[in-house]
Design a protein around this ligand. Structure first.
Ligand code: SF4
Length: 526
């Protein structure tokens, strides 16, 4: 559903800020995949779709190109949305829009948690889509000029997710993204100490209907999506019944469209206790699950209130997911209060034993509106210093923790070790996947895309790369076994991990996805 027509027409420019390069956004894979950005941003495309039908909306993702002078001259108001990591870039967009005397509104998770971060914006939209959004639209309809002082609009009455319009995917250049994105639910029933999801989105997951999801998938296909679509839900099994309701529809959709897409999602590791969910996920072609394992140390899991990770022994849970054809991607945190000097070494042993190729290893960061933030504030252990990689005063010396992080990154992503883990996944996990070959997959555009990626991989890694001998050992086995698809998918990710980890181990990358240490220069105003 859209907002109602207001009788006046306003031109709205929606700008999504650039990401600071991070481990989880795969920048090094883009030249190989021929794309320019990570995923279409759900939040701001949803807001774009919610605007009154007669309001022209333009969407710019600054990860693809900066908003231009012409964009700002066209607009009557500017909307911005993003996460903490994009804070500097959001403030920069505001500055550029003000140079054109435009009113600028900001929404999304960062401003909802920390309105104080954004003193220059004209409108702060705090909370989710709802009455605050309607109020903002009504105010702009009455008068699009900049208000005299900042106006803060807080959502008290959230729009039911079953009434959400389909995000305006048609405004995004879908083919320029590494992954597609979609959202079925919002919120998570758990309360891990470091996580801001329950505080921001609630503990009782809210849901769209399965029909909304299949309609969104249809639209993504129309917009040219190929490859993989990521369910950005905070926890895909936050409501297990809802997951079970959705999966038959996804399977049906895949059958109807010829299994043209692969899915991935985030879920708690206790999904391993639900074979009835896992077998349907396999049928729907879920191929990757991101699990916040955080640490293999049970004492640490208990301390951070993530006991649910121990409902099944961690290694057993990983093998169970692998047995349903799903590769596990793991979040890992270093710098926990329970860490010891040998924690880094234990992590490397865990990586060897689990054979997980991709682990996002971050330093602990205290996010506002989390129990961790409250505890550390009480203990006087929050440090606001933009020169640091974390705002936490660790129990271990800061330099030791950062050195341990760099050493883990350097070791875990040595090309030989990483490609050996992919070798294991191909043998033990990918072989369990549904092997669907349909005519719809063999379109000319798919074949052309595959050939282009293969050429890029051979040239940029196999010829120009500096780990080419490891690459060719891995690649020749794939070629001999006809595993071209696995060669492409593994190398896109592996190349990013190897290059990013190399920078990280030399101190050229942030140690936290959420780090306030913002290294990038802002996008220059045009
Ligand atoms: S399970 Fe995941 S989403 Fe839920 S509270 Fe814990 S970290 Fe956050």
């Amino acid at each position: 559903m859209r907002s109602e027509s207001m009788g006046t027409v306003r031109r709205i420019l929606c700008v999504f800020p650039r990401y600071t390069p991070s481990f989880g956004t795969f920048e090094y894979a883009y030249p190989l995949a021929g794309v320019q950005a990570f995923m279409p941003p759900q939040g701001i495309l949803l807001i774009a779709a919610y605007m009154p039908a007669d309001w022209p909306v333009r969407f710019i993702d600054e990860n693809i190109r900066p908003a231009s002078k012409e964009d700002f001259e066209w607009a009557e108001a500017v909307f911005v949305s993003g996460m903490h990591i994009q804070r500097q870039q959001m403030n920069d967009i505001c500055r550029r829009a003000h140079a054109f005397d435009l009113a600028v509104a900001i929404g999304g998770p960062s401003v909802s948690a920390c309105p104080d971060y954004y003193p220059s914006f004209d409108y702060l939209h705090v909370g989710e889509l709802g009455d605050a959004t309607d109020d903002l639209i009504a105010r702009l309809a009455r008068d699009p000029s900049r208000p005299e002082r900042q106006v803060v609009l807080k959502t008290a009455d959230r729009l039911d997710m079953t009434k959400f319009p389909i995000p305006a995917y048609e405004l995004a250049e879908i083919k320029h993204y590494f992954l597609g994105s979609i959202q079925y639910s919002s919120g998570c029933p758990y309360q891990c100490e470091f996580c801001d999801i329950p505080g921001l989105y609630g503990r009782n997951p809210r849901l769209k209907t399965p029909q909304q999801i299949t309609a969104e998938l249809d639209k993504l296909l129309e917009c040219g999506i190929m490859g993989s679509v990521y369910f950005v839900d905070d926890n895909f099994i936050g409501n297990r019944k809802a997951a079970l309701d959705l999966l038959p529809h996804l399977i049906e959709w895949q059958k109807r469209t010829g299994f043209v897409l692969r899915f991935s999602c985030e879920a708690t590791l206790n999904i391993a206790k639900r074979p009835e969910i896992l077998s349907q996920m396999r049928e729907a072609m879920f191929e990757t699950i991101f699990c916040g394992i955080e640490t293999p140390d049970p004492v640490a899991l208990k301390a951070m209130k993530k006991d649910h990770n121990m409902m099944v022994p961690i290694m057993e849970a990983i093998h169970t997911l692998n047995s349903f054809g799903m590769e596990v991607v793991s979040g890992i945190i270093l710098g926990l209060d329970t860490d010891k000097p040998e924690t880094g070494q234990h992590l490397l042993e865990f990586i060897d034993a689990s054979q997980i190729p991709l682990l996002t290893i971050n330093l602990l960061q205290a996010l506002p509106q989390t129990p961790l933030w409250d505890r550390l504030k009480k203990e006087g252990r929050l440090i606001e210093d933009e020169g640091r990689d974390s705002n936490v005063d660790f129990r271990l010396p800061y330099d030791d923790v950062v050195t341990s992080w760099r050493a883990c990154m350097g070791s875990a992503y040595e090309p030989a070790k990483l490609l050996q883990r992919y070798e294991y996944q191909i043998r033990e996990t990918y072989s369990k996947r549904l092997n669907m070959r349909t005519p719809q997959q063999a379109t000319w555009s798919n074949i052309k895309l595959g050939l282009t990626m293969l050429r890029n991989i051979f040239w940029k890694v196999g010829v120009l790369g500096d780990y080419k001998w490891h690459f060719w050992k891995f690649a020749l086995r794939r070629l001999a076994r006809g595993q071209i698809e696995y060669l492409i998918s593994s190398m896109l990710v592996a190349h990013h991990l190897i290059m990013f980890a190399r920078d990280a181990s030399r101190g050229r990358q942030n140690a936290s996805n959420y780090s306030i240490r913002l290294r990038e220069a802002s996008v220059p105003a045009e």
